[in-house]
Design a protein around this ligand. Structure first.
Ligand code: SF4
Ligand code: SF4
Ligand code: FES
Length: 230
């Protein structure tokens, strides 16, 4: 199998380049396994990974033009040459490692924690199965960033547009029966950039390795705003 891997070393004067590597095909090989074998050929190759099970969200990369997680991408399903690049639209630190600080800052801006109404019950805030069901498709996000880094609106305005991941999270807290801060959350999101820079292109949906639908979540937030204003 022929791989073309993006290389960039900030410690040299050289511009970025694509480096070719050959690997024998192995049954069941995932892209993360391939990158680890390539690293045996050239130990200077930098990439992030941890769990190997599609859970930690650390190994987002761009493969043949699409964002995905290396550990759950079967090499056998990819067209050769397999081009692996860093997630687009973020500053490259080295090789396949990008700086995700802005992505995390946008996540932080939606206050991703429950703010229950006062007074708090003595033990716990109960939730019915029906209320809990409303969180499905929203809470499973592993923050890999594949969606936001595939979103043209996030590329152009990463500091102003919250991006699909942060908006999915915002929707998750708006949908939670235990949260008591919905009004303030909606007022915060009602902004030409934070929410309304989404142009419903749906690249985020295509990119999500967990099959989540940030575009739908953004639509849900807009509906809640309309209801709130009527
Ligand atoms: S649907 Fe909205 S959030 Fe998703 S990629 Fe398009 S502009 Fe970005
Ligand atoms: S919504 Fe999907 S693509 Fe976006 S960060 Fe969460 S898991 Fe990753
Ligand atoms: S290594 Fe954790 S999601 Fe891929």
């Amino acid at each position: 199998m022929l791989f073309r891997i993006y290389r960039f070393d900030p410690e040299t004067e050289q511009a970025s380049s694509m480096q070719e590597f050959e690997l024998p095909m192995q049954r069941g090989m995932m892209l993360r396994d391939a990158l680890l074998l390539i690293q045996e050929q050239d130990e200077s190759l930098a990439f992030r990974h941890s769990c190997g099970e599609g859970v930690c969200g650390s190994d987002g990369v761009n493969v043949n033009g699409s964002n995905t997680l290396a550990c759950i991408t079967r090499v056998a399903d990819l067209k050769e040459p397999i081009e692996v690049r860093p997630l687009p639209g973020r500053p490259v630190i080295r090789d396949l490692v990008v700086d995700m600080s802005q992505f995390y800052r946008q996540y932080e801006r939606v206050d991703p924690w429950l703010k229950p109404s006062e007074p708090l019950p003595e033990k716990e805030i109960l939730q019915s199965p029906a209320e809990n069901e409303k969180l499905e498709g929203l809470y499973e996000c592993i923050m890999c960033g594949c969606c936001s880094t595939a979103c043209p609106s996030f590329w152009w305005n990463p500091d102003k547009f919250l991006g699909p991941q942060a908006l999915l999270t915002a929707c998750r807290f708006l949908a939670d029966s235990r949260d008591g801060d919905k009004q303030a959350r909606l007022e915060y999101l009602d902004d030409a950039y934070k929410l309304f820079r989404c142009h419903t292109i749906m690249s985020c949906v295509e990119a999500c390795p967990k099959n989540l639908n940030p575009t739908k979540a953004i639509g849900q937030i807009k509906s809640l705003m309309l209801k709130d204003q009527s």
